[in-house]
Ligand binder design. Structure first.
Ligand SMILES: [Zn+2]
Length: 142
């Protein structure tokens, strides 16, 4: 899996919900202003300290949503309905485009989703081959 935290969807207005526990941990409950800046392919969000902001200051709405600026969404290639991976690093919330990987080898190519888990075609075939071989052994013993 390449997902580091929780997966959230970007809504039609470019908003992402920051979970209540995370907001509480970062002290965003009483003071809902966040400082949002880009770090490569990661959007970093932290409590805004107005004398030393690093990026764009935004206010969380009463549902804990923050609007990600259009230019940030463009750079990260996230649009309405896309999934983002949200995780904590120190006192910052990190948001990245969600990239799924095979739970066996980490590959992000030709993925199947099985009961909420991802497996690539090559690994799925290996599993099937192993199961088939075991079945043949079992039936040979009978
Ligand atoms: Zn795999």
């Amino acid at each position: 899996m390449m997902i580091k935290g929780i997966v959230r969807r970007v809504d039609g207005l470019g908003r992402i919900v920051i979970p209540v526990e995370t907001r509480r941990m970062l002290g965003l409950k009483e003071d809902p202003y966040v400082d949002m800046y880009l770090d490569g392919q990661i959007i970093r969000i932290k409590l805004a300290v107005l004398v030393e902001t690093k990026g764009i200051v935004r206010r969380l709405d009463n549902l804990g949503r923050v609007t990600v600026p259009r230019e940030y969404r463009k750079l990260l290639h996230v649009a309405e309905g896309d999934e983002v991976d949200m995780y904590l690093e120190g006192n910052e919330v990190c948001i990245q485009k969600a990239v799924y990987g095979c739970g066996w080898c980490g590959s992000s190519k030709e993925l199947y989703e099985v009961n909420g888990h991802h497996i690539c075609k090559a690994c799925a075939y290996d599993v099937v081959d192993t199961v088939v071989r075991e079945k043949e052994k079992e039936s040979g013993r009978l």
